[in-house]
Design a protein around this ligand. Structure first.
Ligand SMILES: Cc1cc2nc3c(=O)[nH]c(=O)nc-3n(C[C@H](O)[C@H](O)[C@H](O)COP(=O)(O)OP(=O)(O)OC[C@H]3O[C@@H](n4cnc5c(N)ncnc54)[C@H](O)[C@@H]3O)c2cc1C
Length: 662
């Protein structure tokens, strides 16, 4: 065993302190069940999706109806927007009631963001930032009592507008690699951090007056050694107190939300460190702990808003728009795209319902939140591109009837922020997942890190017994093909858990082989999405055939990822896979299935209402599409259609495109 211990130490990739913190942040949930070869439907009964109905049906309605045609930011902020948002305390969703906040649960926050995003993605981003990782959240968890009392009530009312700056020209995906530096200095008997701040891409920065920033603090003169360490530190800078310039802005894809830079050299009082001087060096841990859950909420919810609005609108538009004398929705080529849109939209929706319920049960599952961030924005991209293709000229030309292009423009923002998708898929979901979600690997890794032979010995034996069991289980699973999609999913989960054990033999090589870790991430995500379809079926039971087709498609995705993966494994690993993994079932998606899903939103009132409740379809083009779809009087219907298919026409005498805002 000692020899295995020594070899394992060599095989284990070097885990840096920052990676270790990331690995230890958050909890596990269904991700651990999936990696253990189980679909844990027992948990479903304990989960719920409670919603603050009053805010949703009254306050949010007012925000949407008042602001749906307003620009947000085009170099300066639209004051009407901020006023309306503050009237409904839209910046206080995560702040506790004792500090005058609304303290919403995750489900309510998420549904609010979805509806706002369906109106205007820029509006959702503006609301999202104060309600996710930033000063509000960091203060609650780590702030001193004084800081909480000083800032939280004013963040609730919108008197303070926050932003959070981590990124700079030299630190993007490698968030703290080349981050701004600060040095502990002494001036007139007082200690300060002298820092040069150069942040870019910071959302809300141009309108913020409370800047949360992360910098790397060093202490070359060893001041206050007994309380202060070094490293990433999170600080709050009030605009009124510090000379930080926020006077230049970026223009992310014309989405129209404030985003810009923070610059300046300042001497920062130690009392402005969140949590005080003892938190110098704790910043990365603080950020990772908050991101563990947060990443799974705001971006998925906003992506859903765009996807629901697009899928609802485009499926409805396809019934109305005729070419060659037939509606688009009757053409097989169009139906294929609509099918793909409906399928992916339901996956995003179902997975959000499940994840919100898990988060509301008190878990902070870091791997699931990474899956959610990547999957919902990546699948969202496919949905919107299909939507644009079907909307065609109407999607390309700006104007009040174009309800898709704004989502097309906003899509890349969600893909890039909070861990850009390529990085999240290639490194985090499976790379971190294997360490975090696997039932035994994290204990072994910890034992190796601590150089603790006894602990290693105990956990290694557990791993051997578990691995052998999963190997045998997988070998005898799926020998006979099955058409039962839920059974297919259960078999795929068993296969995956065995595959994880086999892939773990790659050790440090896995970190470099992003082809393998990317495909394993896809399979892991597909299984979680599949579990969410089961959850939604149990909870909302919208349409059995729809759920069945979604599972059939997902299981096909799993089949493709698995068959793509095998040739990329070394021969010994391929042999282990060949012995113990049966090729997953592949389903035929028939033309009838495609027709069924592509028309379900307008053929099934329950499904239609389920979607409509989540978006804003009043006094806008989506409402016209709805009215036209249900209108019986041909004359009225044709009039509505003439309006719906018309595109923006702008006077050539005008200097500005009206769509640019003002
Ligand atoms: C509109 C907008 C709003 C933002 N808001 C904020 C904010 O409020 N606060 C803040 O601090 N930051 C913010 N950001 C910054 C955002 O988090 C970064 O843009 C993001 O981290 C990616 O960094 P980058 O753009 O420099 O890309 P890069 O880091 O240069 O990455 C380029 C590409 O390489 C990939 N990549 C990088 N490393 C790896 C790897 N090891 N393996 C595989 N692929 C890899 C990435 O996935 C990406 O596709 C915002 C950015 C934008 C565009």
């Amino acid at each position: 065993m000692k020899r295995i211990f020594d070899v394992s130490k060599k095989l284990l990739p070097k885990i840096s302190k920052t990676e270790m913190i990331a690995l230890q942040s958050g909890t596990t949930s269904l991700d651990r069940d999936i990696m253990s070869g189980i679909i844990n439907t027992n948990i479903f009964n304990k989960l719920n999706n409670d919603l603050d109905n009053i805010y949703f049906s009254e306050n949010l309605e007012d925000i949407c109806s008042t602001l749906q045609n307003e620009y947000i930011f085009d170099g300066s902020i639209n004051k009407k927007v901020i006023k309306k948002l503050n009237e409904h305390k839209a910046f206080s969703y995560i702040i506790p009631e004792e500090y005058d906040g609304l303290n919403f649960n995750v489900e309510t926050q998420s549904r609010v963001l979805t509806k706002l995003a369906s109106v205007n993605p820029g509006l959702a981003v503006t609301v999202m930032v104060p309600n996710s990782l930033g000063p509000g959240e960091l203060l609650q968890h780590y702030g001193t009592d004084n800081q909480k009392k000083q800032y939280l009530p004013k963040l609730s009312t919108g008197e303070y507008i926050p932003c959070f700056g981590l990124t700079g020209p030299n630190n993007g995906s490698d968030a703290i690699g080349n981050i701004d530096q600060g040095i502990l200095i002494e001036k007139d008997g007082q200690y300060f951090i002298r820092a040069t701040i150069d942040k870019r891409y910071i959302t809300l920065a141009p309108i913020a007056n409370l800047f949360g920033i992360a910098i790397n603090v060093t202490n070359p003169c060893n001041y206050l050694e007994d309380i202060v360490s070094e490293g990433v530190t999170v600080i709050l800078l009030e605009k009124n107190k510090y000379n930080i310039k926020n006077n230049t802005y970026h223009n992310p894809m014309n989405v129209g939300f404030p985003n810009g830079t923070l610059k300046g050299t300042v001497d920062i009082e130690l009392t402005d460190i969140i949590g005080g001087p003892k938190n110098i060096g704790n910043g990365w841990k603080m950020l990772m702990e908050c991101l563990a859950a947060g990443r799974g909420v705001s971006l998925p919810a906003s992506s859903l808003g765009g996807c629901l609005a697009t899928t609802y609108g485009i499926t409805g538009y396809s019934n109305l728009r005729k070419q060659f004398n037939i509606p688009l929705s009757k053409m097989m080529g169009i139906q294929e795209r609509l099918h793909e849109m409906v399928y992916n939209t339901f996956l995003i929706e179902n997975s959000i319902r499940l994840t919100n319920a898990i988060l509301d049960s008190g878990e902070k599952p870091s791997v699931l939140s990474a899956i959610m961030k990547q999957q919902t924005t990546e699948r969202g991209k496919k949905i919107i591109i299909n939507g644009m293709d079907v909307h065609a000229g109407s999607g390309i030309c700006k104007g009040p009837n174009n309800f898709v292009s704004k989502f097309y423009e906003a899509g890349p923002v969600g893909i890039t922020v909070e861990g850009a998708n390529i990085l999240t898929r290639s490194l985090i979901i499976f790379g971190q997942g294997l360490n975090k979600s696997h039932p035994h690997i994290s204990d072994i890794v910890l034992a190796l890190q601590k150089d603790d032979f006894d602990d290693f010995d105990k956990n290694f034996k557990k791993m051997v017994s578990y691995t052998s069991k999963q190997f045998i289980k997988s070998t005898v699973t799926g020998i006979l093909p099955t058409k039962d999609k839920t059974l297919q999913l259960s078999q795929n989960v068993i296969l995956f858990s065995n595959l994880c054990n086999i892939i773990s033999l790659m050790g440090g090589e896995l970190k470099r082989d992003q082809k393998v870790s990317g495909l394993m991430a896809d399979m892991f995500s597909q299984l979680y999405m599949g579990t969410s379809v089961l959850y939604n079926k149990k909870k909302y039971n919208l349409d059995s055939k729809l759920y069945d087709i979604c599972l059939a498609e997902l299981n096909n995705e799993f089949y493709h990822s698995f068959t793509e993966l095998k040739p990329h494994l070394s021969f010994p690993l391929q042999n282990l896979v060949n012995i113990s993994c049966r090729t997953p079932n592949k389903n035929i998606i028939t033309k009838d299935d495609i027709k069924y899903t592509s028309t379900i939103i307008w053929n099934n009132r329950k499904v239609n209402k389920y979607i409509e409740d989540q978006i804003y379809a009043k006094d806008n083009i989506l409402e016209k599409i709805k009215l036209a779809n249900y209108e019986k009087n041909i004359e009225i219907k044709n009039k509505l259609i003439d309006d719906i298919i018309s595109v923006g026409e702008f006077d050539t005498e005008l200097e500005l495109f009206p769509s640019s805002g003002r």
